[in-house]
Design a binder for this molecule. Structure first.
Ligand code: 4AD
Ligand code: MG
Length: 472
C-alpha cells in the first residue's frame, strides 16, 4: 500500500485522502458491529470508524481485541467531521499491529483517576496522556521563546560549567561530590557567577541549562533539578534588568498564546487570565495604585526596552505595607514580619492584587545573596528584584545588580564564610575593568506551572527530581 504517511496534526491537508498514520491505540469503544478506536501519534488524537461490513474480517477482529497503547500503523480515509474534537475522523481501511500490549499486563494508566504517587511511579507512561503531552509541548515553546528572545536581542549564549568548585546561592543546598583525588565539586546552583565573567568579555550574554539544589523540603514549587535561563548585562543596573524581565516575559507569553490555544484547552487553563500580560496598556488594579506612586523616574526608561513599565513595581517596603494593611483587614492569616522574606501566602496575596506579574525590588540585604549591590539610597537594602507570577504562582525570576567593588565583594565573601580561594577568579572580575552589571535567572518549570495553571511543578518537566523521587 502506498498511502502517504501523515501526522494527526496535519490531517487538514489530507481531507478526502487515504493516509497512513503511525501511532498507538489510545482508546477503544465497541458498539455491536461498529468499532470506534481512538489513535494517537504524539501530534494529536483522532477517532476511527470501523464498520464490520466495510473492512476485511481480520482487520475488524484485530482491532476489536486490541489492547490499549499497542503500537499500530493505520491506513484510512480522512473525513471532516465538525463534531470531532480534531475536526476529522478516520474511516479505517487497514491496521498493522507493531507490538501488541499483552493481555496479562495491560497499560497501567487508565482513564480513571490515579493517585499522584502511582502516576509519578509510572511517569514514563503517564507522559503519553493528552494532558501531559500538551504540557510538554507548551514547555518546549517556553524554552524556545526564552532563548529566542535573547538570541534576537544581541545576547550571546555562553554556557557555564555544571561541575563547579564554588557555591552561588548559599551552601546549605549544595549537591556535593568527589572530584578525583583531593577535590570536592558541586553541581551548579546557577550559572550566574560564570556569566558575569562572560558578560565582561562579551557585553550581553545568557546561559540556559540545568541547575541543581538539594532542596530538603517538599513544596509545590521546588525541584532538586530544574532549568534556568539567565541573562547578564555589562553596564546595566537594576532598572535595566527590570525592563528586560518585563519584555522577556511578555515575549514568552505572546509565543505561548500564539501557538498553544488548543493545548491550553486540553490542560484546562483559563487563558483569559493570561491575556492581560500581553495587553499593551497597563491596567493596574486600583487597590494597589497608590502604592505604586513612589516609583522612581528612572524606572522604565533606562534600558530602552520598554517606555512605560507595564508590570507593577513595588519596593519591599511597599509590599510589606500592603501585607500589613491586608493583615489588619483580616485578609491574611499571619502578619508579615518586617525584615523577613515573604512566605508563600504573602506572595500569593501580593500577586493577587494585580493581573500581571509584579516586580518586588530592594529587599533587605541581610536576607539576600552575598553578590548583590547595596542600594546607595539605603545600604541595608539590595538592588535586587523578584518577579512574582499572577494567581499565586510565586517567584518566577530572581535577579540583581552585582557588587562591583573589589573590597566590598571580598568582605561579603568573608562575612558569608565562603572559601576565598574558590572565589579568587570571581574577585578578579572586580580587579580588571570592573563595571556595574546586572542580571537575573528565570526557572522554566515555575513558568510552565504558571502558564499551564498547574498546582505542582512535578508535571512541568518530563522527569521531575524531588526530595523523595529519583525514579524513573
Ligand atoms: O532566585 P534564584 O535563587 O536566583 C539565582 O539563582 C540567581 N543566581 C539568578 C541570577 O541572578 N542569574 O533562582 C532563580 C529562579 C527562581 O526565581 C525560580 O524561578 C527558579 O530559579 N528556582 C527554582 N525552580 C524550581 N525548583 C527550585 N528548587 C528552584 N529554585 C529556584
Ligand atoms: Mg530567589
Amino acid at each position: 500500500e502506498s498511502a502517504p504517511i501523515a501526522t494527526i496534526a496535519s490531517l487538514s491537508h489530507h481531507e478526502g485522502q487515504t493516509v497512513t498514520l503511525r501511532g498507538w491505540l489510545y482508546n477503544l469503544r465497541a458498539s455491536g458491529k461498529l468499532l470506534f478506536p481512538i489513535f494517537r501519534d504524539g501530534t494529536g488524537t483522532i477517532q476511527g470508524i470501523v464498520p464490520k461490513a466495510a473492512v476485511p474480517e481480520e482487520v475488524f477482529e484485530t482491532l476489536k481485541n486490541l489492547t490499549l497503547e499497542s503500537s499500530v500503523i493505520v491506513t484510512g480515509k480522512v473525513r471532516a467531521d465538525s463534531r470531532a474534537p480534531s475536526g476529522y475522523e478516520l474511516d479505517v481501511e487497514n491496521v498493522e499491529v507493531i507490538q501488541r500490549v499483552p493481555d496479562e499486563t495491560p497499560f497501567p494508566i487508565t482513564l480513571k483517576e490515579h493517585g499522584v504517587d502511582f502516576l509519578m511511579e509510572h511517569r514514563h507512561l503517564w507522559l503519553r496522556t493528552p494532558r501531559q503531552s500538551a504540557i510538554l509541548r507548551v514547555r518546549a515553546t517556553i524554552m524556545r521563546a526564552a532563548a529566542e528572545y535573547f538570541d534576537t536581542n544581541g545576547f550571546i549564549r555562553t554556557d557555564p560549567p555544571i561541575l563547579t568548585p564554588n557555591a552561588c546561592e548559599g551552601t546549605s543546598e549544595l549537591f556535593e561530590m568527589d572530584y578525583f583525588d583531593n577535590d570536592k565539586a558541586y553541581l551548579t546552583q546557577s550559572g550566574q557567577l560564570y556569566i558575569e565573567a562572560t558578560a565582561l568579555a562579551l557585553g550581553k550574554v545568557y546561559s540556559f541549562g540545568p541547575t541543581f539544589r538539594a532542596e530538603k523540603s517538599k513544596t509545590r514549587r521546588h525541584l532538586t533539578e530544574f532549568w534556568m535561563i539567565e541573562p547578564e548585562v555589562a553596564y546595566a543596573g537594576l532598572d535595566d534588568i527590570m525592563d528586560l524581565a518585563e519584555a522577556f516575559i511578555t515575549h514568552i507569553v505572546t509565543r505561548v498564546l500564539e501557538s498553544h490555544r488548543a493545548d491550553l484547552k486540553v490542560i484546562g487553563r483559563d487563558v483569559t487570565k493570561l491575556e492581560p500580560i500581553v495587553a499593551p496598556a497597563p491596567s493596574l488594579s486600583t487597590a494597589a495604585a497608590p502604592l505604586l506612586s513612589s516609583r522612581s523616574e528612572a524606572e522604565g526608561s533606562a534600558a530602552g526596552t520598554t517606555k512605560e513599565p507595564r508590570f507593577p513595581r513595588l519596593s519591599y517596603d511597599e509590599a510589606h505595607a500592603m501585607l500589613e494593611k491586608a493583615y489588619a483587614e483580616g485578609k491574611l492569616e499571619n502578619p508579615h514580619k518586617y525584615g523577613d522574606d515573604f512566605g508563600s501566602p504573602d506572595e500569593t496575596y501580593i500577586s493577587s492584587q494585580f493581573d500581571r506579574p509584579v516586580m518586588v525590588h530592594r529587599y533587605p540585604a541581610a536576607i539576600k545573596a552575598f553578590y548583590m549591590q547595596p542600594d546607595p539610597a539605603d545600604p541595608t537594602k539590595a538592588l535586587c528584584v523578584d518577579v512574582l507570577a499572577p494567581e499565586g504562582y510565586g517567584e518566577i525570576i530572581g535577579g540583581s545588580q552585582r557588587v562591583d567593588s573589589y573590597d566590598l565583594l571580598k568582605s561579603r565573601i568573608e562575612e558569608h564564610n565562603l572559601p576565598l580561594a574558590a572565589f579568587q577568579w570571581y574577585l578578579d572580575l572586580r580587579k580588571y575593568g570592573s563595571v556595574p552589571h546586572a542580571g537575573f535567572g528565570m526557572g522554566i518549570e515555575r513558568v510552565v506551572a504558571w502558564l499551564c495553571g498547574l498546582d505542582h511543578v512535578r508535571e512541568t518537566i518530563p522527569f521531575a527530581r524531588t526530595l523523595n523521587r529519583i525514579y524513573p
